[in-house]
Design a protein around this ligand. Structure first.
Ligand code: MRU
Length: 362
């Protein structure tokens, strides 16, 4: 997407260097950071310099490609180095399925070529590039399928950031909004701030502003009020992992929105590329939920009136906190799942059909 006059992707690779938009600096500063080694790339994922399901999927794939480039040339030593690197990359964040998908694609490509190490290196870089390219393409198509669900002048509620910063390009939940806007519709987005890390306030509001889309930032607790008052006609959220029965893990707070939307009869759509579906995961109960540092709840970060970025404590000292990063929305609350292959019901059959559309050979 455009930033100023420039088209940017969230992550890309040149040679053995990975380039990332430094997301914790947004919205106050737009900077690109680079990593030269797979361990640095893993740290960028863990520390959420890059975050969002598709973006960490592509970054994980690039990290695995870096590992293939770094590994020793002896096939036995290459295998050991690469396998250790893959485990390290996989251990960065537990919930988003795209991370495992991206790393898995590169691993498969490497294994197919071994013991020819130079072919394995080439295959790794090519596979990582494909993961990124396919993510961007899938998100663009999600926009085309999803835009037809949005009526003229509708109020849209979204949670967290499932925009282009969360993927390689376009985004999932925001992609239909971008497509509708480009078709000349005038959507209005209610952006949940998304405590504790504030991805809605920091990232979604910044993205929408950049595209000239009307929006208002709201406290997370305010969405129900706007739904009740008739301001919201559709809820669009992303997903970090979709189970075989149609249950969906997404940013903490999504479940609450889904229940209120259901109570109000407001359609609640999940937008995700099919790479977010975990075919090995029977239901939402089986999705690992990341619990992050309590400090993310106990403190908040922002820019003061003098332009200084500051971290301030918002709770009494000694206060305990819990910080689950995701929750699971049961399939019964989901109107449909918008994928690159169209809109499917959040049911075991709908998920099976979605997987078939992705890979007709299965
Ligand atoms: O913890 P994050 O910021 O990596 O969370 C992932 C998300 O961006 C959201 O849960 C999003 O809605 C999923 S789609 C990218």
């Amino acid at each position: 997407m455009r930033v100023g006059d420039h088209h940017y992707r969230t992550v890309w690779m040149e040679g053995s260097k990975v380039f990332l938009i430094d997301q914790p600096k947004l919205p106050h500063r737009f900077e690109i950071t680079t990593t030269d080694h797979h361990r640095q790339t893993a740290k960028a994922i863990k520390d959420m310099v890059v975050r969002g399901a598709g973006a960490i999927g592509a970054t994980g794939a690039y990290g695995a490609a870096q590992a293939a480039l770094e590994a020793p040339s002896d096939p036995h030593d290459f295998r050991i180095y690469f396998a250790t690197a893959v485990e390290h990359l996989r251990a960065t964040r537990p919930t988003a399925q795209n991370l495992f998908y991206g790393i898995g694609r590169v691993s498969k490509a490497v294994m197919k070529e071994l013991p020819d190490v130079s072919a394995a290196r080439e295959a790794a870089v090519a596979a990582a590039g494909e993961v990124a390219e396919e993510d961007a393409g899938a998100c663009r198509r999600i926009g085309e399928h999803g835009a037809s669900l949005i009526g003229e002048g509708w109020g849209i509620s979204t949670h967290c950031n499932a925009g282009w910063l969360a993927f390689v390009d376009w985004g999932s939940a925001l992609s239909p909004v971008y497509a509708a806007h480009r078709r000349g519709q005038r959507p209005f987005v209610y952006v949940d701030e998304t405590r504790p890390r504030g991805q809605g306030a920091n990232l979604t509001a910044w993205e929408l502003g950049g595209e000239g889309i009307s929006h208002a930032l709201i406290a997370d607790n305010a969405a129900g009020h706007f739904m009740q008052r008739g301001a919201i006609q559709i809820v669009l959220v992303g997903s970090d992992r979709i189970a075989r029965n149609g249950d969906v893990a997404n940013k903490i707070g999504t479940y609450t929105h889904a229940v209120v939307a259901h109570e109000m009869g407001i359609p609640f759509y999940v937008a995700a590329p099919t790479t977010t579906i975990d075919p090995q995961c029977p239901s939402g109960d089986d999705i690992p939920i990341e619990e992050r540092d309590a400090d993310e709840v106990l403190y908040t970060v922002g820019r003061d009136d003098e332009g200084q970025i500051r971290r301030v404590r918002v709770a009494p000292s000694g206060c305990a906190a819990r910080n689950p990063a995701f929750d699971v929305t049961p399939a019964r609350y989901i109107t449909g799942i918008i994928t690159e292959h169209g809109v499917f019901p959040a049911t075991p059959d709908g998920i099976a059909r979605t997987l078939k559309a992705r890979d007709p050979a299965t």
